[in-house]
Structures are given as structure tokens and as C-alpha cells.
Design a protein around this ligand. Structure first.
Ligand code: UDP
Ligand code: MG
Length: 318
């Protein structure tokens, strides 16, 4: 029976990005097989190897040889987590697609809760982190601040404390497939699509093995992508800064005149000039930098390069 099911078009696709997860992949596969096998419906596991260099690729290959449920997509190099998930969504064929991390921080058993909500008719079921175990206070603090800043300044209401662990209906996956922006923030894109969405709470566990592949630099990049993809707030901030400086100078002119007339030698000398030049120079450079962030992104889009390069994807149509 399981052999027949494996050959059918899957009802469920599980998509997991893998980047140097040699300690996790096999255990992850075992846990996913257990959960998905209990469903009595055809399923597939799309493992996207995001340029691993630690031997995870070989493990993925051997899993695919042993079990036809496993469909590997192997990248030519590391393209980053969001792009790896995108490739997984492109290759997934199921009616419902679940995105989950391969490090077992998102317990595979929660997938059953997501599927239950999907069966009730929701098109996006996202998993909300109730608790996070085994993560540093720095990660907890920055993550929490990140979700709240994004929520405030973006135009799309992205659910708080929600990562990429979610289930999406085929309709949503198809729409996301048409959104080919380069600097991707999938949580925002999934929220932007609309449809009926609902959250399911879960406890985020400790990593099964290895260490995080999201250092501060990558987190900052993701945050910048999130802000620039869904908000003009930084550009508007440049305008506000301009108005504040102009208003200050209008107030300053009569103040200087009065001081000069009453005190004679007030505000003479180069120090005041220097401070003003530095202040204005700083403001201008910051606004230029903000403009640059947006222009750089436009440039990347205009180049129109492929989002990712697949070096190996046996048995796949694409
Ligand atoms: N990942 C990836 N490419 C990267 C970084 C991470 O495919 O460049 C994968 C990683 O293997 C894991 C998931 O994305 O399955 C989440 O990464 P991680 O657990 O390191 O992030 P954290 O949970 O610490 O935020
Ligand atoms: Mg993790």
C-alpha cells in the first residue's frame, strides 16, 4: 500500500531547507516519515540542499534512493534560507504544502494540527511560537523586537512570533510562485496573499544537533528585506528628517540675530559652523544610504537573474 501511495500525486508536500545539517537530516526524515505515514494519504518530502558542504548532500541522496517519498533538490551553491524554501515551493506538487525547518526546532507532530485546520477550510495555517527553548536571550530579544518593529512599520499585518513554519494551500503556493522578487520575506508574502488564515500555537524546541545557520548578519539582512519589501517607512523617515532640519534652521535664524544684537560676540567662531556641517552631512548621508538600499534592490530586480540554480534534481519535471 505504501508503495502505491508513494507513486501517486501527493496530497501533502513537506518542504525543508537543509544547510549543513548533517546531525539532523536523518532524524528529521524519520520523524517526518512517522507523522506523514500516519495520515494514509500520498505525501512527499522535498529536501532542498542549500549548498551544504558537510556531507548532508550525500545523506539526502541516499535517503532519496531508499525512499521514493524523498525528492531532493540540490543547489549549485548556498543561496540562503528564503530562496531554498522558495525552490521547495516551486517543486512541491501537493494540495497542501508545509514548510518546516530541518533542525527539528519545529516539531513535525505539529503538522497534524496544521492539517486539521486546513481541512476546516483555511488556506494558510501558520504556527505561532508560544515558547522557545534553548535559545540565547540575545536571539529571543532580537527576534521579539524584530517581529514587533516589522508589525508596526509594514503595510501588511504579518502575524507576531511566527516564522516560516506553516501550511499553505495549493492556491496560495501558486500565487507565491508568481511572486519572483529577489529579496524575499516569505512570511510577509504569505500574509500579503490574503485568503483565510489562522494561527496554531506550538512550543519551539531546541535544535536537534549543530548550531544555528542564522548568524546576526543574516538576521539583519532578513530584517532589511522584510522592511524594504513591505514598507516605505525608511523613505518617509528621510522626508521627516528633512522637515525637522528645515524647521530647526527657521527657528535658529531669529535666535542668532537676537543673540548677536544683545550679546555682540555670541555664536562666533568655527565650532558652531563645524557642528552644523557635520550634523547636516550626517543626515544627508543617512538618507542617501536609505535611498541606496532601495535602489540596490531595484537594480537586483532589473538584472532578472534566476533566483537559484539547481545542480541536481533527479526525477523532477522542472
Ligand atoms: N538554512 C538554509 N540556508 C541558509 C541558512 C539556513 O537552508 O543559508 C536552513 C537550515 O538548515 C534550517 C533552516 O534553514 O533547516 C533554519 O535555519 P536555522 O535553524 O539555522 O535558523 P534558526 O532556527 O536558528 O533561526
Ligand atoms: Mg533552527
Amino acid at each position: 500500500m505504501s508503495d502505491n501511495l508513494a507513486k501517486q500525486k501527493p496530497v501533502y508536500s513537506v518542504v525543508a531547507p537543509v544547510f549543513n545539517e548533517i546531525g539532523c537530516v536523518e532524524e528529521f526524515y524519520t520523524r517526518i516519515s512517522g507523522v506523514m505515514g500516519s495520515l494514509k494519504a500520498a505525501w512527499e518530502l522535498v529536501l532542498v540542499d542549500d549548498g551544504s558542504t558537510d556531507g548532508s548532500t550525500e545523506i539526502i541522496r541516499s535517503l532519496a534512493e531508499k525512499d521514493p517519498h524523498v525528492r531532493p533538490v540540490i543547489f549549485a551553491r548556498n543561496f540562503g534560507h528564503q530562496i531554498a524554501v522558495t525552490a521547495g515551493l516551486d517543486y512541491a506538487r501537493g494540495d497542501a504544502v508545509v514548510v518546516i525547518d530541518a533542525d527539528l526546532q519545529d516539531p513535525p507532530e505539529v503538522i497534524l494540527d496544521l492539517i486539521a485546520k486546513w481541512k476546516e477550510g483555511f488556506e494558510v495555517v501558520y504556527a505561532v511560537r508560544r515558547k522557545r527553548e534553548g535559545e540565547s536571550w540575545f536571539k529571543l530579544f532580537t527576534a521579539s523586537a524584530f517581529y514587533r518593529v516589522i508589525y508596526r512599520i509594514t503595510d501588511v499585518k504579518i502575524p507576531l512570533d511566527t516564522g516560516d513554519f506553516r501550511l499553505m494551500d495549493r492556491k496560495v503556493v501558486n500565487v507565491m510562485g508568481k511572486m519572483r522578487e529577489r529579496h524575499r520575506f516569505l512570511r510577509g508574502m504569505a500574509a500579503w496573499v490574503g485568503y483565510r488564515q489562522v494561527g496554531v500555537e506550538y512550543d519551539r524546541k531546541e535544535r536537534f544537533a549543530g548550531s544555528t545557520k542564522y548568524p546576526l548578519s543574516k538576521m539583519l539582512k532578513l530584517a532589511l528585506n522584510a522592511i524594504t519589501s513591505f514598507s516605505y517607512f525608511p523613505l518617509q523617515m528621510a522626508t521627516y528628517l528633512g522637515f525637522v532640519c528645515a524647521a530647526l534652521s527657521i527657528v535658529a535664524i531669529p535666535v542668532v540675530i537676537v543673540l548677536r544684537l544683545s550679546h555682540g560676540a555670541a555664536l562666533l567662531g568655527q565650532a558652531t559652523t563645524l557642528i552644523m556641517v557635520l550634523f547636516l552631512g550626517g543626515v544627508q548621508l543617512i538618507t542617501l544610504g536609505i535611498l541606496g538600499e532601495y535602489i540596490g534592490r531595484i537594480y537586483d530586480e532589473v538584472k532578472g537573474r534566476p533566483l537559484y540554480i539547481v545542480s541536481e534534481a533527479p526525477d523532477l519535471e522542472k
